[in-house]
Design a protein around this ligand. Sequence first.
Ligand SMILES: NC(=O)c1ccc[n+]([C@@H]2O[C@H](COP(=O)([O-])OP(=O)(O)OC[C@H]3O[C@@H](n4cnc5c(N)ncnc54)[C@H](OP(=O)(O)O)[C@@H]3O)[C@@H](O)[C@H]2O)c1
Length: 428
Amino acid sequence: MTEPLRLGIAGLGTVGAGVVKIVRQKANLLTARTGRPVVITAVSARSRDKDRGVNLSDFAWEDDPVKLAQRDDVDVFVELMGGADGPAKAATEAAIAAGKDVVTANKAMLALHGQELALSAEAAGRVIRLEAAVAGGIPVVKALTEGLAGNQIERVMGVMNGTCNYILTRMESAGLPYAEVFEEANQLGYLEADPTLDVGGIDAGHKLALLASIAFGTKVAFDDVELEGIERITIDDIEQAADMGYKIKLLGVAQLTGRGLEQRMSPCLVPAISPLGQLEGGTNMVVLEGDHVGQIVLRGAGAGEGPTASAVMSDVLDIARGIRVSTFGQPADMLEAAKAAKSAAPAPYYLRMTLHDKPGALAKIATVLGESGVSVDRMRQYSHEDTSAPVLIVTHKTTRAALDDAIAGFEATGVVASPPVAIRIETV
Ligand SMILES: NC(=O)c1ccc[n+]([C@@H]2O[C@H](COP(=O)([O-])OP(=O)(O)OC[C@H]3O[C@@H](n4cnc5c(N)ncnc54)[C@H](OP(=O)(O)O)[C@@H]3O)[C@@H](O)[C@H]2O)c1
């Protein structure tokens, strides 16, 4: 019988317990698929006494994840603790120094330190694999590094934070304000301990930075991701966007053009009839565009025990089979530093504002837009009972700078009753 592949798992929370279940329940299947047994030899977490709903009695216990990473009976260090620095990074470094391969779901650590960790792993002849760090159960890293490896990737786009998509779709379906749905999501345990990681777009921004690096062969540049969360989206935005045939999504977009690397994670409007527009609840969707393949749409669970553990196992099984794809799809020392694009590519925008109900108010706004070089595609004024009228404008493609120029010019017209809200409309 071929030697077993021996795992040391640090972190036995949602994902770690899920991995233990798969290794225990699917032992025969895993052996059949890889040609060798996959076993767990040792585990680590903070509390040894916690009931995790899985039998850990056959595994050695280490209080210190660094010690676990260094054990002689561990071939692959599976890091499922989380946190950009601290024990996760220390134990990953220790594992590489001790000659182990690493599988991790830790997008925060990789978005900030992935480049340096991959460099040291590759120098030591080891791999760090990260399928579970991006879009949970969706095999998007494998799609980019293997299935689409013969393509120049032109654009990567997606909804990569299920909690934000849950909040936005629930606001629309129940007609509830943001604060109320945020509280509901909190009660349901959908939010991270620090909710700004979710609603501020940071968690999804980490994933986008990793995907951009894999897609374009560029150094991971999380600091260059233009980040905007969903906190300022109102039920009026959602309802009026729907009225114009759009849905609002926290959308990540990355593309490498002559202007540089554009990475944005921000609320955008997408056509309601598009696959992204139809994405409901906590589901994730990643859209990949390659020069030969065209557009690929991947949809599935972006988080949770089963889906995330499934992605961890994909990497573990590759290692068991002897498949050793580099962390970012090419050696880390070949990743190029890309200059960040100074501004987003031109796009149509949605503008929502309230105007004083005076004759010619709408015409004054249209004039200011025209003077700033922004042309109007559609305008709609809503019926109202008081002295100000809600107005919606959809522009043709324009730059954000031209739009901001127009918004600054609205003030002088004296007809604007509330500050305008501008949201980009993404072509999908
Ligand atoms: N949950 C998801 O759906 C999901 C999806 C994609 C990616 N991820 C990523 O997967 C990783 C794990 O997430 P999770 O949801 O499973 O987290 P979790 O439920 O909070 O579990 C974290 C585990 O790490 C252990 N731990 C924390 N600090 C430790 C330390 N200093 N030494 C030893 N063990 C330590 C904890 O021990 P105790 O149990 O004893 O406290 C716990 O078992 C994170 O990087 C996360 O971003 C999660």
